[in-house]
Design a binder for this molecule. Structure first.
Ligand code: PDD
Length: 289
């Protein structure tokens, strides 16, 4: 079951205008909110990021927080999976084609869900392969925009090489990956690029930083050079659907050194375990956490 502009229906029945600016220009924003055991994870944070994306592109938020929580809850209840990804999209609405944002449109509001399948224990144990490529996207990657052609092109380059992710570098520095944030471990210290216009402020990124802080795991939020990425002891990607996934080869070369080369490292394994504990705690909590 999906939601479109105030109504719930099967996805086959959902129709939008070909003049929807989401279709014509990619003029819209979105969120992917994981739900575990039918409980949305970090809902308030996802809705705050949605608000920031809407403000950045001058769309008035069509709903109050309580209404969003109700819609997300109804989608979760109306779909068959215990663990789901709730996808939520708002476009500017329908108008004659003209680049400048028209005023006074009625935004198109769409929610759907899919089964949430986190990376298998097997993949987490072996780690995954990634490529490193120039970040040729625009300079407002902090907006969670549905205009994802750059990200799709970059992810396809990774898929061409049978890799799960394309890790992106701009002017010699690590930004993020095509659909995830990136953490690097150097000599026991976890490094994370700071939030800026060049990366999406990931909800999982925030959770991982909280875990690092709460468990006194050495970490620094600072820019990370491409050379530091390529010589890292560990590399992980994080996202709502990938959680904390170790990357064990970059461009076909093993990540890490000596005996650990090409294998997931100890810091990532610890953070992965702490992330699973964190999720379990949230699922047991009575209210939205
Ligand atoms: N992608 N960076 C980019 C470019 C992303 O697309 C995503 C998420 C992230 C991680 O954000 P979060 O931790 O809030 O999931 C970082 C989602 C899952 C997607 O587009 O499907």
């Amino acid at each position: 079951m999906i939601h479109l502009n105030g109504e719930f229906m099967p996805i086959e029945e959902a129709k939008i205008s070909v003049l929807d600016r989401g279709f014509i220009f990619g003029d819209g924003v979105y969120e992917v909110i994981p739900a575990y055991s039918r409980k949305p994870f970090r809902l308030a944070e996802h809705l705050a990021r949605l608000q920031a994306s809407l403000e950045a592109i001058r769309i008035a938020n069509p709903h109050e927080t309580a209404k969003w929580a109700e819609l997300v809850g109804r989608i979760i209840a109306g779909n068959p999976w215990e663990d789901q990804n709730v996808y939520l999209q708002i476009t500017r609405g329908v108008a004659k084609r003209d680049h400048a944002f028209p005023k006074g449109l009625k935004p198109t509001v769409f929610l759907m869900a899919s089964e949430l399948i986190p990376p298998s224990a097997e993949l987490v144990k072996t780690g995954a392969a990634a490529i490193v490529v120039p970040d040729f996207r625009w300079l407002r990657c902090d907006i969670k925009s549905t205009s994802l052609l750059g990200n799709c092109m970059l992810r396809t380059l990774a898929a061409d090489e049978s890799c799960v992710e394309a890790i992106l570098v701009r002017e010699g520095e690590l930004t993020e990956a095509s659909a995830s944030n990136v953490f690097v471990v150097k000599r026991g210290t976890v490094l994370a690029p700071p939030k800026s216009h060049l990366i999406l402020p990931g909800i999982t990124y925030d959770v991982v930083l909280e875990i690092l802080r709460d468990n006194a795991i050495p970490h620094e939020v600072r820019s990370v050079k491409e050379s530091e990425l390529r010589s890292a002891d560990e590399v992980w990607v994080t996202s709502s659907s990938r959680e904390v996934l170790p990357i064990t080869t970059l461009d076909g070369r093993p990540v890490g050194h000596g005996q650990g080369a090409g294998k997931p490292g100890p810091v990532g394994a610890r953070v992965y375990a702490l992330y699973q504990e964190f999720k379990a705690r949230v699922m047991r909590a009575p209210a939205h956490a």
